[in-house]
Design a protein around this ligand. Structure first.
Ligand SMILES: [Zn+2]
Length: 104
């Protein structure tokens, strides 16, 4: 029995290569733009978190305590799992609004 193995000729191979490269466009400029986009989004997330707003769903962020310390978590948890590093001023404002005496 003869097994026929399909062979891709060099022209087809070049076409496939061009398709993959066109789809990826993984150039230094593209990578740099991606890093800038991620940095910008992170900065926007930080600004919203400082205002006590979840950047993912717009709900309020609330101070929470986990195994690795204090953090801000979305009040819609578990529906939204957004978390942010604790912001001390935010945490004290939250407890002040909740009726606790300010920690000043
Ligand atoms: Zn949320």
């Amino acid at each position: 029995m003869t097994v026929v193995v399909p062979v891709i000729d060099s022209t087809t191979m070049q076409e496939v290569r061009q398709c993959i490269l066109a789809a990826n466009r993984n150039t230094p400029e593209m990578r740099s733009r991606h890093v800038d986009d991620v940095r910008f989004r992170r900065e926007m997330d930080d600004l919203m978190a400082e205002e006590g707003v979840c950047p993912r769903c717009g709900a309020r962020l609330v101070p929470r305590r986990g195994r690795r310390g204090d953090f801000l978590g979305c009040s819609r948890y578990p529906g939204c799992r957004y978390t942010h590093d604790a912001i001390p001023l935010m945490a004290s404002r939250e407890s002040f609004e909740a009726g606790d005496p300010p920690h000043v």
